[in-house]
Design a protein. Structure first.
Length: 118
């Protein structure tokens, strides 16, 4: 399980990205796809076309940090979105994705949720 403060959001880019991109290129994609600032402290997750590689870009107090995972076999079960840029996911979904769990086929129980503030 990934433990993050509640203030940190995780954004997943549904469009495939060239995995040769590094810090600055991914930061620019964050601005384009999410209309967000990469220095916000949030996590921005990118995937490749074959869905066997994931990069996570985040701002770590004094600079960008990049986390990269490549599978030797198989693919990641990735969230699908209708939005051109990306979707917001929670730490549980990211943990399941990195752990190889296909969360699309899981059934979740209905829970109480606070209404969105207007």
């Amino acid at each position: 399980m990934i433990s993050l403060p509640p203030s940190v959001k995780i954004f997943f880019c549904v469009m495939p990205v060239d995995m040769r991109c590094s810090f600055d290129s991914l930061a620019e994609l964050v601005r384009q796809y999410f209309q967000a600032e990469p220095e916000s402290g949030h996590l921005f997750v990118f995937r490749n076309k074959r869905e066997d590689c994931i990069k996570v870009l985040y701002w770590d107090r004094d600079g960008y940090a990049l986390w990269y995972k490549r599978l030797e076999k198989g693919t990641f079960a990735l969230p699908r979105g209708q939005i051109a840029g990306g979707v917001e996911i929670d730490p549980t979904v990211l943990s399941m994705m990195l752990g190889g769990i296909d969360f699309e086929n899981l059934k979740t129980q209905r829970r109480f949720a606070m209404p969105a503030s207007v």
